[in-house]
Design a protein around this ligand. Structure first.
Ligand code: F3S
Length: 399
């Protein structure tokens, strides 16, 4: 790769071992993808995870003196102070959380602990070159805003945060952003939940290609959040277009850059229903309800607060969200309402964290296939249902 004087200096260790390692990783990625050079990034988001490999890498960069030039926002960990209200945490889990916090803070990250930064704290503009990891974030910034990011890992995004650059390849190039497969949505998508199933099912038909949806009108931000999260749970899709809605697809022709689609597929209502049938555990008695994968918006919190107001939940209900949204929910009285019904709003927390150990082996309900997917390895079972239906189930204790 052709590197600038400054990039060569970073690689050679002029800014310390940590920065040198970050640049080495990016050069290796660039060479693997035949990137000719690096380009500057203006925003980064790191899918911090608390897992040992993540911590090992972050600590190694921090010990090597690396400091982020483009400070990233970060994914949720778990808010141990909030979780201690309903579960006893294990010392080794607490230790890893605190070490992760210390390492990322030392690196200069902005400790947002939120997996929907694209809605409130790290919002790019059209055409901006950025390095975002996190499965719902990358398709949102690429597709809905028209910013340019590859589907970064936590580590590659962190390397870009440290060095301020990313290899120029993939979805950073205009020509690679063309649609590839036309997806006719032949189903009346009735609510945000339908987009969960659409997202999960689409990659089965389109593979790694860039899908172009036709037949979708005015999806909500929650629907788009769901769509992106599931496109990267059921598959691997960093960019999609919606004809007449997303900025790079004012027309079908524009979405495909004037070329013919490689293939056309159709998605029908019976297929969406069958997808849900396949992903969901059977109904029956449930032990808890869990929401916020991705983190819930204030509108989603409102829906739950209004449904449980003045009632008592039959099972505990947990909502994961950003600290900004939790703060808003407190100000608006929703947190108190939910708490009185027997539910909790927890900020800064992800469902794929050890704070949920007390739910292992139990059966829950959620509106998120991604939540159900990640927790399978922890012996958690989920009925997957539309938000309102699932809250009704939490009030009754069965679905
Ligand atoms: Fe967010 Fe964790 Fe789900 S990062 S999308 S709550 S897996």
């Amino acid at each position: 790769m052709k590197l600038t004087k400054e990039e060569k200096a970073m690689l050679a260790g002029a800014y310390g071992e940590g920065t040198s390692l970050a640049m080495k990783v990016l050069v290796a990625i660039g060479e693997a993808y035949d990137a000719p050079y690096m380009v500057p990034v203006t925003r980064t988001h790191v899918a911090l995870s608390n897992q040992e490999a993540d911590l090992w890498f972050a600590e190694r960069l921090a010990k090597g003196g690396a400091v982020c030039r483009v400070r990233p926002t970060v994914n949720p960990s778990f808010n141990w102070r909030a979780c201690e209200e309903f579960t006893q945490l294990e010392a080794e889990d607490l230790a890893i959380v605190k070490r992760t916090h210390a390492a990322y803070t030392k690196l200069g990250a902005i400790m947002t602990y939120d997996c929907t930064p694209y809605l409130e704290r790290n919002v790019p503009r059209f055409g901006e070159t950025i390095a975002f990891s996190e499965s719902s974030a990358t398709p949102f910034v690429n597709s809905v805003y028209g910013a340019r990011s590859n589907r970064e890992s936590a580590q590659s995004a962190l390397c870009s945060a440290v060095t301020g650059v990313t290899p120029y390849y993939g979805f950073l190039l205009y020509e690679n952003r063309a649609g590839e497969v036309l997806v006719h949505v032949d189903a009346d998508l009735q609510d945000d939940f339908d987009y969960q199933m659409l997202g999960y099912l689409t990659p089965r038909k389109t593979g790694f290609a860039v899908p172009v949806f036709e037949g979708i009108t005015e999806p909500s931000k929650e629907a788009l959040m769901n769509l992106g999260a599931e496109l990267n749970t059921g598959g691997n899709v960093a960019l999609y277009h919606i004809v007449g809605f997303t900025p790079e697809a004012p027309t079908r022709e524009a979405a495909f850059h004037g070329k013919k689609p490689q293939k056309e597929v159709t998605i029908t209502r019976p297929e969406l229903d069958a997808m849900r049938e396949e992903l969901s555990a059977p109904g029956g008695k449930i032990d808890f309800a869990l929401y916020g994968c991705p983190h819930f918006t204030i509108d989603q919190v409102t829906t739950i607060a209004e449904m449980v107001k003045g009632k008592t939940l039959a099972v505990p209900l947990f909502i994961m969200t950003s600290s900004l949204t939790k703060n808003l929910a407190q100000k608006m009285g929703y947190e108190e309402t939910i708490r009185q019904a027997g539910g909790y709003i927890i900020d800064d927390t992800c469902m794929d964290q050890p704070c949920w150990k007390f739910l292992y082996g139990k059966k829950g309900i959620t509106d998120s296939p991604k939540c159900a997917y990640y927790t399978k390895r922890r012996q958690m079972e989920f009925v997957i249902a539309p938000l309102k239906d699932s809250v009704t189930a939490a009030l009754e204790g069965h679905y």
